[in-house]
Design a protein around this ligand. Structure first.
Ligand code: NAD
Length: 336
């Protein structure tokens, strides 16, 4: 039985708590949060104890920690957890800053402890099936990847201010999707962005609508489209054109009822947001982490994957700000 400490009892911490409890191979023993009441409430529903993060990290009976705290705390907690000998599953992104993430990666490598990053979309049954079919050679060499990722509505500006911006916070999932499907990081990144959904997002120095093009060294291209607002729900689609065909994974709808009348055809909307759409993915992500902890190897998403996606996010931010294509050299963005 893997004993687990959960850091962070917010939105995503609550989701992960359920997955930890649902897996018979893991036991949630402690929950921490700077909001002690939030930690107490979540711990009480899971048969766990509310403790401080420091107490969790110092507890030698705890094998693994799941870091679901605010983004600016991630690399510090990763470093403390690996130094304490824990296996780590940490939410995305690794950090708000690439250089800080690289320092964290170097420290984790020295400690020799595994760190998995929470790119949950890899565990979505549809995207995972697409990847399996691609890897099995069913459409030949991949040439052009299109990722559509629209949120149903924008977050408050207070969130934008601490999130690192659309590229680091939201598009980072899509950057990982492209790197995962194509197997490695792109050679260059070109991004354009606007704040046409909410001017307050622009005033906060961020964008709410963006198109990012990733160019891989061998010529393959990935196009990522992001918006903070799709009024009909969470729009999450992937399409991959290969030399001998096309693979696509569409939205998961709220139900499968279709109405067809003389006026036309109507189906249900996409599931509302990530808590609905990706619940199965979060559960599968946790099971994959436990598989790797038990095996002592084969962590399916690595700290390197987290660093790669963050490097693309920094390159996209730089490209958007300068209006130029940004190269990635030795894993770092280089302005043209
Ligand atoms: N993979 C996904 O689909 C997904 C979805 C949502 C959020 N996230 C990521 O998860 C993280 C948390 O996001 P959220 O939406 O749950 O935010 P949230 O604000 O709801 O929860 C974060 C919690 O961390 C606590 N916290 C902050 N600093 C802390 C510290 N030093 N020690 C202990 N607790 C601390 C806060 O009090 C809060 O309860 C973010 O990094 C976000 O990018 C990932």
């Amino acid at each position: 039985m893997i004993k687990v400490g959960l850091l962070g009892a917010g939105r995503i911490g609550k989701v992960h708590a359920k997955s930890i409890v649902a897996d018979s191979r893991s036991q949630l023993v402690a929950v921490s949060d700077v909001n002690e009441e939030a930690a107490r409430q979540l711990a009480a529903t899971c048969g766990a104890t509310a403790k401080s993060s420091q107490e969790i990290l110092a507890d030698s009976s705890i094998d693994a920690v799941l870091i679901a705290t605010s983004t600016d705390t991630h690399s510090g907690f990763i470093e403390a957890a690996v130094a304490a000998g824990k296996a780590v599953l940490c939410e995305k992104p690794v950090d708000l800053n690439l250089e800080r993430a690289l320092a964290c990666q170097a420290l984790a490598a020295k400690a020799g402890r595994p760190v998995m990053i929470g790119f949950n979309r890899r565990f979505d049954p549809n995207f995972a099936a697409l990847k399996r079919a691609f890897d099995a050679g069913e459409i030949g060499k991949g040439e052009l990847l299109s990722v559509t990722s629209f949120d149903p509505s924008p977050p408050p500006v207070s969130y934008i201010n601490v999130s690192g911006g659309l590229f680091r916070d939201m598009a980072i999932h899509d950057f990982d999707m492209a790197c995962w499907i194509f197997g490695g990081a792109p050679a260059s990144v070109t991004a354009i962005g606007s704040s046409i959904v909410d001017p307050a997002i622009g005033a906060a120095g961020d964008v709410d609508t963006a198109v990012i093009t990733l160019h891989f060294a061998d010529g393959r291209i990935a196009v990522i489209k992001n918006s903070r607002r799709a009024v009909y729900g969470y729009d999450q689609r992937v399409e991959l054109l290969g030399a001998t065909g096309l693979l696509s994974a569409g939205n998961v709808l709220e139900n499968t009822v279709a109405k067809i009348t003389t006026a036309g055809a109507l189906s249900a909307k996409p599931e509302y947001f990530f808590l609905e759409r990706y619940m199965k993915a979060y559960e599968a992500e946790w099971r994959a982490f436990v598989d790797a902890v038990e095996a002592g190897s084969n962590y399916p998403v690595t700290l390197q994957d987290g660093v790669n996606a963050l490097a693309v996010a920094e390159a996209a931010t730089l490209s958007w700000k300068t209006g130029r294509t940004v190269q990635l050299k030795d894993g770092r963005p280089v302005a043209a």
